[in-house]
Write a protein that binds this ligand. Structure first.
Ligand SMILES: *[C@@H]1O[C@H](CO)[C@@H](O)[C@H](O)[C@H]1NC(C)=O
Length: 589
């Protein structure tokens, strides 16, 4: 079994195909891989290239298996184009294949053109994009044209491919029964571009290294300085004042011990080290948190060093690898904390800690995968990869977490708290509204979110729009800033809570930092509905097509439209409607 697993790991993470040395001789075959098609307005929705009725060339097939795990998890599924391309050998306009459009083919193509579908290909790992067709609005009714000719201009530098341009042409009207002839043409030219710089043309420095980005980093940095100073000042001054007060009371204590009107954090000294409610879950969360933070920092550093954007899926592969390798951190932090709480179900804790995050991520991925399979999207993750992921969880993450837990329990598992914990929990006094744990929690996330939301904007933009995120240096800086701000805010929050004589600071301080995620989630929603082109894109078009689709579907659409925003508001906030319309239509096609 072990052998099998290591083999699996090996093949999924470390395999290098021969295409990967990127060196070609004259006349050597250069493979053009077809990747995906999808609507231009939503980069995350993709289908396999041949799900549209394109035809393949005569040339023998080369099957592309998923080279890396990251690749297949990202839904990269390459298919051989069938085009015969030879290194530094020009090819005149050649017929790839001919095809007669059936009624279904016509409908599918029409749908694709109406929705501005584009396709993506890879040549020697360089991505190429092209539109499927275009709408000619100059005539009435609009004509739908399909591009049937591809011209590839490839630049070479010595033995390497350094530049690719695609020009599409050969526009033909589509109609059922039309005879289509797909053609291609390859033109090689010498290029001065250096091989290591060949990805530079895909990057967008004017966007990512814009003044605003630098400015926001600077801003966040100033906020950190300010905040640290503030926290320092408040804590030192207030604590000194508190100490002075307590000292005075102590000297009076000789007479009537403990009868003075003490208040504030000193009152809870017998309770602060009481284990939180649900200690098992709490220590697992803490362990997972340490784990994620370590992985985030290491992966970001790797991404800075390794220029991962030049290789498909390598960031994800690296992240999975680092995550597995860092599992002892999880076990150590979670296990030792649980031991300090005096927990006895340490195996349960370890299992929960090890699988808390993977199971959540896999659960969400499974759900999305299910939807993807339903709509035949190319994002569907193959079964073998799911097996491999489970194998990594069971045979790598679990044992490593066990090691960490055992070490943690033995090295840091004894609780040497400075105060004894009272046998009977102190009742929590009534508090003013502004020191309720939930309010502190919610307020605690605002500042950390404020320090990262500009970076989130850049990340979301590269996720939804066609931009490669490559400024991982910024990301590392922002991660560090975020952690410092979170620490400061959490300290202040805990102080407020303890001062209100509420000793349940553990969960509150955890949630205080975690609430940042809530704001990020809200922001991602906002971004999706108001900033992506996806929202509202279809509405006009769909009303037109809606008349043609089956009555039943239309009813469903109407129902959903009413359900989500009432019948009257038809123009504003059409995001929900357009998404549902989109799915409904696709099903009915
Ligand atoms: C591709 O297009 C760019 C921009 O138009 C041009 O600078 C470059 O030379 C072209 N490359 C080839 C190989 O034709």
């Amino acid at each position: 079994m072990r052998v099998l697993i290591s083999l699996l790991l090996f093949t999924s993470l470390l395999v290098e195909a021969d295409e990967h040395d990127h060196l070609y001789e004259v006349d050597e075959e250069v493979v053009l891989w077809m990747n995906t098609v999808g609507p231009y307005s939503n980069r995350q929705e993709t289908y396999t290239y041949f799900s549209l009725p394109f035809c393949k060339g005569e040339k023998k097939e080369i099957g592309h298996y998923h080279e890396t795990m990251g690749e297949s998890l990202l839904g990269v599924e390459l298919e051989f184009s069938g085009l015969d391309i030879k290194f530094r050998t020009n090819t005149k306009k050649t017929v790839v294949c001919e095809k007669k459009l059936t009624e279904t083919d016509y409908k599918t193509l029409l749908y694709a053109i109406q929705n501005s579908y584009y396709y993506q290909m890879y040549l020697d790992d360089m991505p190429i994009w092209g539109m499927v067709g275009e709408i000619d609005n100059t005539v009435n009714p609009p004509a739908y044209k399909l591009y049937t000719h591809k011209r590839l201009d490839i630049g070479y530098n010595d033995k390497q491919v350094v530049d690719v341009n695609l020009t599409t042409d050969g526009r033909v009207d589509i109609r059922p029964g039309a005879e289509l002839t797909f053609t291609y043409e390859v033109q090689w030219s010498k290029s001065e571009v250096d091989f290591t710089k060949r990805f530079d043309k895909y990057l967008d420095p004017s966007f990512f290294q814009h003044r605003i980005h630098w400015f926001s980093i600077f801003n966040s940095f100033m906020m950190v300085v300010f905040l640290v100073g503030l926290v320092w000042m408040i804590l030192v001054r207030t604590l000194r004042k508190d100490y002075a007060r307590y000292q005075k009371e102590d000297s009076l204590d000789d007479l009537d011990a403990d009868l003075g009107d003490e208040y504030g954090w000193k009152q809870v000294h017998g309770d602060v080290f009481r284990p939180p409610s649900m200690p098992l879950l709490f220590s697992s969360c803490i362990g997972a948190g340490y784990h994620v933070f370590t992985v985030a920092v290491i992966t970001t550093i790797l991404a800075i060093v390794g220029e991962f954007y030049t290789e498909r899926g390598s960031l994800l592969s690296a992240a999975i690898f680092v995550y597995a390798a860092c599992s002892p951190v999880n076990g150590y932090a979670g296990g030792s904390m649980y031991a300090r709480f005096g927990g006895r179900h340490w195996i349960k804790q370890m299992l929960l800690g090890a699988f808390l995050l993977p199971s959540m991520v896999c659960g969400v991925a499974f759900l999305i995968n299910f939807i993807a399979i339903y709509y035949h999207a190319s994002r569907a993750i193959p079964f073998t990869i799911m097996l491999a992921v489970s194998a990594i969880c069971l045979f790598v993450i679990l044992p490593l977490t066990l090691v960490g837990t055992v070490i943690g329990r033995n090295m840091a598992g004894s609780a040497d708290y400075p105060c004894r914990v009272n046998a009977v929990p102190r009742p929590i006094p009534d508090k003013k509204w502004f020191v309720q744990p939930w309010l502190i929690t919610l307020a605690g996330g605002v500042l950390p979110f404020g320090s990262i939301f500009i970076e989130m904007y850049f990340i979301f933009t590269s996720f939804w729009a066609y931009k490669i995120y490559y400024v991982y240096g910024f990301m590392l800086l922002v991660t560090i800033i975020l952690s410092i701000v979170t620490v400061c805010v959490t300290i202040v929050c805990s102080y407020f809570l303890l001062n209100a004589e509420d000793y349940r600071w553990r969960w509150t301080s955890f949630a205080c930092g975690a609430s940042t995620a809530f704001y990020v989630y809200m922001y991602s929603m906002y971004y999706f509905f108001f900033k992506t082109k996806y929202a509202c894109f279809y509405s006009k078009l769909l009303r037109k097509i809606g008349q043609k689709t089956k009555k039943k579907t239309k009813k469903k659409i109407d129902f959903l439209a009413v359900f989500f925003y009432g019948r009257k508001k038809k123009k504003k906030n059409c995001a929900f409607q357009s998404i549902f319309n989109h799915f409904m239509l696709k099903k009915s096609l």
